[in-house]
Ligand binder design. Structure first.
Ligand SMILES: [Mn+2]
Length: 430
């Protein structure tokens, strides 16, 4: 971290004021866990080994479909986004990678960008292509779709863009391309539902053929929006069929907000893992749709249940289970840095709770059809307050005891508001 931005001393001073109380709470939790046969330091080591990526677009305020209300000091380019993500990592220590989005994050020198990120303590995770909006000067419009468009020129342009993203990603050290398309229809009769999937698969196969051997292509499904009648890759069924059709390097990516209401997402995780196709996960939370709210803000229990399946998958890996975990949120009401810190802590906490599940007890209850004891095995882990454990892991990794409190003390926004070009008004969802 640039010493001008945040000195080690500032973190040490902040932590010193909180360490006695935290140690007291950590020791108390340690004794409680010991009575359940769990060694707290072992769990802490698991939490310390957990990490996920930040989305570069999560550093901005995004917006609603209707308007954007920027805050002073918001980043307007990849360099400023990296600074903000670097600060999140410095304070929170759970998010050592960023996931860039192109063409939003395009630069002329990617080797320099990689060095710039490394100097901030950041690496690059999956690269994301963008064929859901038109760019200035673009030859073919994505108005009627991209990889699945009826217009061959639009399809070829979308394929070329995805291949370009792979080339950029190679320079950045990425190993995966995440593909989400907004393709679909808003009216019955608008497109042939079978033929549009055929076109998507043919285009996706061309992108797939450009993947390096050690890369993966992550297919992200979404039930609706911007297409409200039918989306081409609408659900996990379409996603896994497409991934199986494409080949072993294609896997599915689950975004918590991309499902019908009340869908059992933890079961989807288990299903995709069963077939070796769970490639990644996008964390956020929602009340109604793809709300992209902070993780654990609406339904923390669901987040825990998802992690219960992810930890299960980790313990029983199939086909080299190595999910690309990423925060995917962007909304209009909080400081994005605070939201990313809040989400990172919630996600690490949900992971920690899932690690606490007594799997032998759970399995025995399931085998005996003891419904209540199976449920209690999960409940006992879920109701454990793991915050001292997560905080201790964070401090030992060099982070802050209370990241949001220290962030506010730094006056970061006030400073960047002086230094950065103001964000323009405008629409929308990102
Ligand atoms: Mn997503």
């Amino acid at each position: 971290m640039d010493p001008i931005l945040l000195s080690i001393d500032q973190i040490d001073d902040h932590n010193a004021q909180r360490l006695d109380a935290l140690r007291d709470e950590y020791d108390s939790l340690g004794r409680a866990l010991a009575r359940r046969g769990i060694d707290i330091d072992t769990v802490k080591a698991r939490v310390a080994g957990f990490s996920l990526a930040l989305p570069t677009w999560g550093a901005g305020r995004g917006g609603t479909r209707f308007a954007k209300f920027p805050i002073p000091g918001e980043p307007t380019n990849i360099h400023e986004k990296l600074q903000d993500c670097g600060l999140v990592q410095t304070l929170g220590r759970v998010t050592p990678r960023v996931s860039p989005h192109f063409p939003w994050d395009k630069v002329s020198d990617y080797a320099a960008l990689r060095e710039e990120a490394a100097a901030l303590g950041l690496g690059f995770d999956a690269v994301n292509s963008n064929t859901f909006q038109d760019q200035p000067g673009q030859r073919h419009s994505y108005r009627n779709g991209s990889l699945s468009a009826t217009d061959a020129g639009a399809r070829e342009q979308a394929i070329a863009h995805n291949v370009e993203c792979i080339e950029i990603g190679r320079k950045l050290g990425s190993k995966a391309l995440t593909v989400w398309v907004g393709d679909g229809t808003n009216f019955p009769g608008q497109q042939d539902l079978g033929a549009s999937l055929d076109r998507y698969l043919a285009s996706a196969a061309e992108v797939y053929s450009a993947l390096p051997d050690d890369w993966r292509m992550l297919l992200e499904h979404k039930m609706y929006e911007p297409a409200f009648y039918s989306s081409v890759i609408s659900d996990w069924g379409s996603s896994i069929l497409a991934a199986q059709t494409l080949g072993p390097k294609a896997q599915c990516l689950v975004d918590l907000g991309h499902h019908a209401p009340n869908v059992n997402i933890e079961q989807i995780v288990a299903r995709l893992h069963r077939f070796g196709k769970l490639g990644g996960f996008h964390f956020n939370d929602s009340k109604y749709g793809d709300d992209d709210l902070d993780s654990g803000s609406i339904n923390p229990h669901q987040l825990f249940l998802v992690f219960n399946e992810l930890v299960e998958a980790e313990l029983n890996p199939r086909d080299g289970f190595d999910p690309a975990y990423m925060i995917d949120q962007s909304h209009n009401v909080t400081d994005p840095i605070e939201s990313m810190l809040s989400s990172a802590e919630a996600i690490a906490g949900a992971f920690a709770k899932a690690v606490l599940v007594d799997r032998a007890e759970l399995l025995a209850a399931q085998d005996a059809n003891d419904v209540m004891m199976g449920f209690q095995a999960l409940r006992r882990a879920y109701r454990t307050d793991v915050s001292p454990l997560v905080a201790m892991a964070r401090i030992e990794a060099g982070g802050a005891a209370d990241p949001i409190a220290l962030y506010r003390l730094l006056g970061w926004r006030e400073r960047t508001a002086q230094e950065r070009t103001p964000v323009g008004l405008g629409a929308g969802i990102v």
